[in-house]
Design a protein around this ligand. Structure first.
Ligand SMILES: [Zn+2]
Length: 290
């Protein structure tokens, strides 16, 4: 079955949980600027185990560790020349660890996820997302997951680049506690612009569990017939190692909230930073009983 066929099936799709913060939780070095990309060089076995654990507990989509394999991100750690190679490595590890899952290529913001003022010029966004999307397509992903976007214009550039590869494309936004994008733009406007480009689904991600419901409901209302979804975070950002995990939201509590999201029309659910295979296990149990 292709990912687009699976997307047409009305049963909810379980995404995986966090990879970057999980690498840190398991002892891999995730210090900035390379963050999760460092594991592609230093901790491939840990990364493999994380993907395998998510697949084992029932995630249908495994997101390859390409969040920070843009040339621009790698260049900050002196590895800019290795963007294609490390993107291929990330996809190959995910594929080997989860041979039955759909492998998503993560297409992330070129700069910091929570800093819309750092989004590069539109010409740079178009050029660099096209390069990254091409690397993901060459590496053989089943779909492209544009995630944690903080402005409409960078999401547009990424979506054009992803759709140009011919791959199914999902686009996801990060929201502030007031339910708007970090740029201050409205979710409704973001949804309309991205839907008009022809993306195959829309999501909200990396927003705290307590704040994600409102922007998700706004997204669902604006998305029309497009599949929608969400994956929330647990914890907070950290300027040295990227993310600080906390025990704020237990797997059971996360699954209880996800049941509400599914009842509100979510078709794709999973976890962002701070979530673990235990959270995805609880989600899976809940989805099987409801
Ligand atoms: Zn996140």
């Amino acid at each position: 079955m292709t990912f687009l066929e699976r997307l047409r099936d009305p049963r909810p799709i379980l995404l995986d949980g966090a990879t970057g913060s999980e690498l840190d939780r398991r002892g891999a070095d995730t210090s900035l600027p390379l963050w999760s990309a460092r594991a592609l060089i230093e901790a491939q076995d840990v990364l493999f185990a994380i993907h395998a654990d998510y697949a084992r507990v029932g995630a249908e989509v495994i997101t390859a560790n390409t969040f920070r394999t843009h040339q621009r991100s790698l260049a900050k750690g002196g590895l800019g020349e290795r963007a294609a190679e490390l993107t291929h490595t990330a996809v190959a590890i995910a594929r080997r660890a989860a041979p039955s899952a759909f492998i998503a290529g993560s297409l992330a913001p070129l700069e910091d996820c929570y800093s819309p003022e750092l989004v590069p010029t539109q010409v740079e966004c178009e050029r660099e997302h096209a390069l990254m999307a091409a690397h993901l397509a060459e590496a053989g992903v089943d779909l492209i997951l544009i995630e944690t976007m903080n402005t409409i214009r960078e999401a547009e550039a990424a979506a054009r680049a992803a759709l140009a590869t011919g791959l199914p494309t999902l686009a996801s936004f990060v929201c502030r506690s007031d339910g708007r994008l970090f740029s201050g733009e409205r979710v409704t406007d973001a949804a309309r612009v991205l839907a008009a480009l022809g993306v195959h689904g829309l999501l909200i991600n990396c927003t705290p569990v307590a704040a994600i419901r409102q922007p998700f409901e706004e997204l669902r209302a604006a998305a029309g017939a497009l599949p929608v979804g969400l994956y929330a975070n647990i914890g907070h950002t950290d300027h040295i190692k990227g993310w600080t995990n906390t025990l704020d939201v237990s797997p059971q509590e996360y699954a209880r909230l996800a049941a509400e999201w599914l009842a509100l029309g979510a078709r794709l659910v999973g976890g962002c930073c701070g979530t673990t295979p235990e959270h995805i296990t609880a989600l899976k149990m809940n989805m099987m009983t409801t």
